[in-house]
Design a protein. Structure first.
Length: 396
């Protein structure tokens, strides 16, 4: 006997991973230069030089036993203090080291926050389409009920009327991801304030807080002068889940945090719940060396020039061909309407005829679109343009 649910989850690879594996296989057959892989959100710019320098410095100046030893489960105080100071300097907040729980990236941060908020078997967590596909297993395989707010296909902001109509007495939280994967859209402060008003009103009506889980791994990946609102500054009941996977190009190092500010209702219970959920999942501590690196590098910002060039090239060229696309102000994704409205068919044909690997919007609960991760080489984008053109001509 074995666990059927976990077996099913593990034996059905995500469509993104499947396409990525196909790309690697095809590269052996047709040559890597003829495969146009837009599937994975794996950063393509190197970590800032200070990251590698800090690793070298730490190896030279810190006791080996400390570097490779355990830390407290929630992380080193000195690292948490550095993170809190950085947040307070940037956003005028009053976050304390004790509000932070350092995790192995955003995914376990989200799972701990979700688990800490699931009060009983009826508890619901809302997500806004299009959304990161892993939210579904994170919520439903941890005992929660997933409620999907359909996409606002005009602006890819949040359809607030739908949010309001979908809130029930069981709504515990809504996950907000801005800059957004897959749309690349940054939610405006106006949208977030209006959302905060709805959550406050509904929370009062049902007699319990409705939290925002702010999933923010792309917080610093934003282009031009677009502002990313730090959600705790507009809504007190916000729990932040962060990681340096994207901002410092460290996805393999597994380092991030949950932040439960004191201003949250039941802050202590939720923080302890995050800690308990982490423990139940076998979290012992986040990588010690990386905690030391973050303490030194928390103020580092990514050099977004390469992503920005890719974004502009792809957006300009695709829209010139006739494709329609949400305005990509952040992250490193474009979410493009497919000309025939059938994302699955389009993506399948692009794969078969052109080795053009793009992810159908169906995977993000938003059919009729495709997601392109433009954390790729600029040269690959240029080589792939004729394939996009042929696909447009074939489907328009
Ligand atoms: N949330 C979103 C929206 C993401 O796109 C990702 C990764 O792609 C994650 C969370 C997970 O990030 P991490 O690698 O830090 O666990």
């Amino acid at each position: 006997m074995y666990n059927q649910t976990m077996y099913e989850l593990g034996s059905q690879p995500s469509i993104i991973r499947e396409l990525f594996a196909y790309g690697l296989q095809q590269a052996k057959v047709v040559g890597a230069e003829n495969v146009f892989d837009y599937t994975l959100g794996n950063p393509s710019i190197p970590a800032p030089a200070k990251v590698n320098q800090s690793i070298k410095d730490i190896l030279a100046d810190t006791d080996s036993i400390a570097i490779h030893g355990y830390s407290m489960a929630g992380g080193f105080d000195s690292t948490r203090e550095a993170i809190a100071k950085n947040l307070n300097d940037r956003y005028g907040t009053d976050i304390k080291a004790s509000n932070l729980y350092i995790t192995c990236g955003a995914a376990p941060a989200l799972i701990s926050a979700i688990k800490a908020l699931l009060a009983d078997e009826n508890s619901e967590i809302m997500v806004v389409a299009p959304f990161f596909p892993e939210y579904r297993p994170f919520i439903t395989k941890n005992g929660g009920n997933l409620v999907v707010v359909p996409a606002d296909k005009e602006q890819f902001q949040i359809d607030l009327t739908k949010v309001e109509s979908l809130i029930t007495e069981n709504t515990q939280a809504i996950i907000i991801n801005s800059p957004n994967n897959p749309s690349g859209v940054v939610y405006t402060e106006e949208t977030l304030k209006a959302l905060a008003d709805i959550l406050t009103k509904k929370g009062e009506e049902y007699g319990h807080p409705i939290y925002i889980i702010a999933d923010e791994p792309y917080r610093e990946l934003v282009y031009g002068d677009v502002k990313v609102t730090f959600i705790p500054t507009v809504y007190k009941n916000t729990i932040v889940c962060y990681s340096w996977s994207k901002s410092l190009s460290l996805p393999g190092e597994r380092i991030g945090y949950v932040c439960v500010p004191d201003q949250c209702d039941h802050a202590k219970e939720i923080y302890d719940g995050v800690s308990g959920a982490a423990r139940a999942n076998g979290h012992v501590c986040a990588p010690t060396l990386m905690q030391m690196v973050i303490e030194r590098c928390v103020g580092e910002m990514p050099d977004l020039k390469a992503y920005d060039e890719n974004r502009t090239l792809l957006y300009d060229e695709l829209t010139k061909m006739g494709y329609k696309c949400a305005k990509p102000d952040g992250a490193f994704y474009l979410f493009v309407e497919v000309p025939n409205g059938d994302g699955m068919a389009f993506c399948q044909k692009a794969k078969e005829d052109h080795n053009l690997l793009v992810v159908p919007g169906e995977g993000f609960d938003c059919p009729g679109y495709m997601r392109l991760s433009y954390c790729v080489s600029n040269a690959m984008i240029k080589r792939s343009l004729p394939a996009f053109q042929k696909m447009y001509e074939a489907y328009k």
